[in-house]
Ligand binder design. Structure first.
Ligand code: PLP
Length: 219
């Protein structure tokens, strides 16, 4: 199927409250433009330099989401234009984002990444550390970031019962945090292999790559 057909197929089953991030990492601008021409305006990348390059060459009404692990020394390359950073996993990183956003007189939206998978390889904060951060005084002093929700990545497994358990954990964590931080609105969870399950579990933002653009080639 073509990129626009793939997009159409996914959008046709999305509830109104769920946003679609088209994950375009490793893909050439020509393929991103196919998605753009089909109406897609939110793109997700996992490498800051690759995202900055695509930003420069593409229409300026695109919302660029950083979905990968963020190194603090690279925040400066996206601070001018990034619209949402999904993978915030420490206060130090949040502070650096705040500092770089201030240089452009911006407020940058962020999600706290919660470690929901059992795998050691996945990044993210514990629920406890995230809760402490959200209630800390030093957090409330940051004027140039806005934490609007949580992000999580489930274990890479065919065991859908395990994935469902992890999604439900993120949803319940979100609901708990929302009592104290009512401004939270976004739950970013679900990828090509599990986005339907993620939506059933309360996702409001899915990050879909291969089901739109086809398999990635990392060479
Ligand atoms: C690559 C990536 C995705 C998209 O994965 P697909 O399986 O191709 O849909 C989603 N989220 C993150 C954080 C990713 O790195």
């Amino acid at each position: 199927m073509s990129i626009s057909k793939n997009l159409q197929a996914i959008k046709s089953i999305l509830p109104d409250h769920v946003n679609l991030v088209a994950v375009s990492k490793t893909k050439p601008i020509s393929e991103l433009m196919e998605a753009y021409d089909a109406g897609q305006r939110i793109f997700g990348e996992n490498k800051i330099q690759e995202m900055a390059q695509k930003y420069e060459h593409m229409p300026k009404d695109i919302q660029w989401h950083m979905i990968g692990h963020v190194q603090r020394n690279k925040v400066k390359y996206m601070a001018e234009f990034v619209s949402l950073i999904h993978g915030v996993d420490s206060f130090k990183l949040l502070k650096e984002i705040n500092k770089q956003a201030q240089k452009y007189d911006r407020v940058i939206n962020c999600l706290l990444q919660i470690k929901i998978a059992e795998e050691e390889s996945k990044f993210g904060m514990s629920k406890k550390d995230a809760s402490t951060l959200l209630q800390s005084e030093e957090f409330s002093e940051l004027q140039h970031i806005n934490v609007i929700g949580l992000m999580g990545m489930a274990t890479f497994t065919d065991d859908m019962a395990q994935v469902e358990g992890e999604f439900k954990f993120l949803k319940s964590t979100f609901e708990e945090f929302k009592i104290i931080n009512p401004e939270l609105e976004t739950i970013s969870m679900g990828m090509s292999g599990d986005y339907k399950l993620a939506i059933d579990c309360g996702s409001t933002m899915i990050r879909v790559g291969s089901s739109i653009f086809g398999a990635r080639n990392y060479n």
